[in-house]
Design a binder for this molecule. Structure first.
Ligand SMILES: NC(=O)c1ccc[n+]([C@@H]2O[C@H](COP(=O)([O-])OP(=O)(O)OC[C@H]3O[C@@H](n4cnc5c(N)ncnc54)[C@H](O)[C@@H]3O)[C@@H](O)[C@H]2O)c1
Length: 328
């Protein structure tokens, strides 16, 4: 049964892969929920919530100050997810990436101050850790941030901006998301688990670079849930804090992912290539969010693989190779 809450939440990037899942989650929790998005990837992701009495959509661009200012009227909490997401699009559109992920994000925060917003949750990324110094160390929130892409650089800069504010009264929380997988209203197939599983399910041979490189993974519905938990937690626990989001058990190398995929799709053809195309290599400790906020995951990587494999094998998605499931 849906609950009732009085607070109004604005989700920037609310039509996106994680944002559309978050909007669903917040509506279930009873929040008045506004999705603010310029619909770079379309708006079909919002069809499932469109008629909901507590849902509102604002088509707006983060780069348009007047639109952002108007959207913040009467809002209590802001979840900032809109961004140029991932290294390939940031590399392809560097000016846009700097403008959205940095300039417009700072301006958004200043407008939140003026609008007397109570809480601000920022969707950051574990990509900020870049490359582990020691291969056997799990990186916790005290770990050194080592951005090795423009994408991570913009995220680290905005994290530092938020954490460095001295006089702001807004309760600011940084969530460093693990790499996402799983089904959401805006599906993406350009993320490791989803992409490898899709290709295997389509009987496409896979060529994998950097097979021994580690990453933490988390299901999209669990990430959405972490944002809700941050909004509902006591301010003393979340104010001016960064949390890795995921579960410490969910660090995998690409080779380990393929081993799991083989259990579901035994005939998959895979070749490993010695060239390293993406130097990111990090294992993350997610115990802080579990111990302080009580966050736990509901799905694991093997479950996510089965979820995506079933989706593709049953042809639920008519054109799984379409570019619309990617961000470039
Ligand atoms: N997908 C991941 O693995 C991952 C991992 C860590 C962190 N994150 C972070 O989570 C957030 C959401 O990621 P996602 O995977 O849902 O990405 P996404 O690309 O699916 O969603 C981003 C949304 O932001 C919107 N947007 C982009 N620029 C905008 C602008 N100028 N004005 C208004 N709306 C704009 C897009 O239309 C899109 O709907 C991002 O901040 C991302 O950096 C994602």
């Amino acid at each position: 049964m849906d609950r009732k809450r009085t607070q109004k939440v604005l989700v920037t990037g609310g039509a996106g892969y994680i944002g559309s899942e978050l909007v669903k989650n917040l509506l279930q929790e009873g929040f008045q929920t506004i999705a603010f998005d310029n619909l770079s990837f379309g708006g079909e992701s919002l069809l499932g919530v469109w008629g909901h009495p507590n849902f509102r959509f604002i088509k707006g661009d983060l780069l348009n100050e007047a639109e952002v200012k108007a959207a913040l009227q009467g809002v209590d909490y802001v979840c900032h997810l809109a961004a140029i997401v991932g290294e390939p699009p940031c590399k392809k559109y560097p000016d846009q990436a700097r403008k959205v992920n940095w300039d417009a994000s700072v301006r958004l925060y200043e407008l939140c101050e003026a609008a007397k917003i109570e809480r601000f949750v920022f969707a950051s990324t574990c990509s900020n850790y870049g490359k582990m110094a020691a291969r056997d160390t799990l990186l916790d929130e005290e770990g050194v941030l080592n951005p090795i892409s423009l994408y991570a650089e913009t995220k680290v800069n905005f994290e530092n901006y938020l954490l460095g504010l001295k006089d702001s009264t807004i309760c600011r929380t940084i969530l460093r998301f693990s790499t996402v997988y799983g089904v959401s209203p805006r599906l993406r197939f350009d993320l490791t688990v989803n992409e490898f599983t899709r290709d295997a399910a389509l009987n496409k041979p896979l060529l994998i670079y950097g097979e021994h490189f580690w990453r933490p993974y988390c299901h999209v519905s669990d990430l959405a849930n972490s944002v809700k938990i941050a909004l509902l937690s006591d301010k003393e626990k979340v104010a001016n804090q960064a949390f890795n989001v995921g579960d410490t058990s969910q660090n995998y190398t690409k080779k380990m992912l393929m081993d799991e995929i083989k259990k579901v799709i035994p005939n998959v053809q895979v070749n490993y290539h010695p060239v390293v195309t993406d130097p990111r290599d990090y294992k993350v400790n997610c115990d802080k969010i579990k111990n302080i906020l009580g966050f736990t995951i509901s799905k694991t990587v093997p479950q996510g693989i089965r979820e995506i494999a079933a989706l593709v094998q049953n042809k639920v998605i008519s054109e799984p190779l379409s570019v619309k499931y990617g961000n470039v």
